[in-house]
Design a protein around this ligand. Structure first.
Ligand SMILES: Nc1ncnc2c1ncn2[C@@H]1O[C@H](COP(=O)(O)OP(=O)(O)O)[C@@H](O)[C@H]1O
Ligand SMILES: [Mg+2]
Length: 346
């Protein structure tokens, strides 16, 4: 119990509970395992036992090199398991309701855009160039409620686009190609969040953007959270230091698993898992105490997830690996108040 909570009595008429929005987690990922089946019948275990939960107002950053399973985890969090991707075990719930096990059609109608929404990776080029912004945005509303009439849609779009700082009338009447890059970015985010999704997932939304545009994107996402338009966010990136300015918690992912999970401060400035440290060390960073440091690349590449791996998955590349690292499973355990997957970390 934290300070201030002592006096609060739980009333049977608590409006939050009447409205069906308890204080429980918005997103729960429960020991999730996902695999691809390749053309040659091989199984690629791209997500291998990931668990976490996200509460209202929280932003979780997930960082790891390319090929670690970040985008696969995102597919699971959207309930989008399209062959050759399959659930091996585990579950994903939003506001208590499981997303897995629905048909693709149900997922498109009930989940995407409404419960979970994704900011597309190539955000600038994700708008269909042949249609006006107003029509593209209207599609988002109509895909979930065909009965909404034109007038209602126009009012909703106008209100929302103005609220996110756009000249609504001009923008809605334009083709994407007529808009400057920053505006287009805002439009993409505006459309993705039109239905006030519980969870917004940004999968490397800022790669290939210049620094000032990156900052603008992140600021806009914060704004949307402050205004209560979106409840929580997953921010995925291969640039761990970037998360310093974005998330409150960080999970570092390697070979389909979380290898360190803690607060942003713990993970960025005091990482205890050798991969976390290597990942921080491999990035140029303007952070405190790091300015004169030269980045050191991590030798080798993440393991091929089509093959079983004995013991620690990072051992092959780990600068402090010991004889016994490959001998045993490395479970997540509590080290210095955060979770770390390394039997030797202190
Ligand atoms: N369609 C697919 N078939 C087989 N393996 C795949 C497929 N898509 C991705 N993978 C593999 O799954 C692993 C995780 O990929 P991904 O989730 O895209 O990682 P990240 O987003 O971290 O770069 C990689 O080893 C990748 O090669
Ligand atoms: Mg990816």
């Amino acid at each position: 119990m934290t300070a201030g909570e002592e006096d609060v009595e739980t009333s049977p008429f608590d409006t939050r509970q009447l409205a069906g929005t308890s204080d429980g987690p918005v997103l729960e990922v429960d020991d999730l395992r996902l695999h691809y089946v390749t053309r040659f019948g091989k199984r690629v275990q791209a997500v291998d036992g990931v668990s976490f939960s996200l509460r209202e107002g929280e932003i979780l950053g997930i960082a790891g090199e390319s090929g670690c399973g970040k985008t696969t985890l995102v597919s699971g969090c959207m309930g989008l398991l399209i062959p050759p991707l399959f659930r091996s075990s585990g579950d994903v719930r939003v506001a208590g309701e499981s997303l897995l096990g629905k048909t693709l059609e149900q997922t498109r109608k009930d989940v995407l855009g409404r419960k979970v929404s994704m900011i597309p990776q190539g955000a600038l080029n994700s708008l269909n160039p042949t249609r006006k912004v107003g029509d593209l945005a209207a599609d988002m509303i109509l895909s979930h409620d065909e009965s909404t009439d034109r007038q209602q849609i126009a009012e909703r779009l106008s209100e929302r686009f103005s609220r996110i700082g756009l000249d609504a009338r001009a923008v809605l009447d334009s083709y994407p190609v007529q808009l400057p890059a920053g505006t287009k970015q805002r439009v993409v985010i505006g459309i993705s969040t039109l239905l006030n999704p519980k969870v917004v997932i940004a999968d490397e939304p800022t790669s290939a953007l210049d620094v000032s545009t990156q900052k603008a994107v992140i600021r806009l996402l914060f704004d949307l959270m402050d205004q209560g338009i979106i409840a929580s966010m997953l921010f995925i990136t291969h640039e761990l230091p970037l998360l310093r300015h974005v998330s409150s918690k960080i999970a570092v992912m390697y070979a389909g698993q979380f290898v360190e999970f803690g607060t942003t401060e713990q993970v960025i400035f005091d990482g205890r898992q050798p991969y976390t440290r290597a990942l921080m060390g491999s990035m140029l960073s303007a952070e405190r105490g790091q300015r004169d440091r030269k980045p050191v690349s991590i030798e080798g590449a993440p393991p091929n997830l089509a093959n079983p791996i004995a013991g620690c998955r990072f051992a092959e590349r780990c600068p402090v690996a010991r004889e016994d690292c490959k001998a045993s499973e490395q479970p997540l355990r509590l080290v210095a108040d955060r979770h770390v997957r390394c039997n030797h970390a202190q």
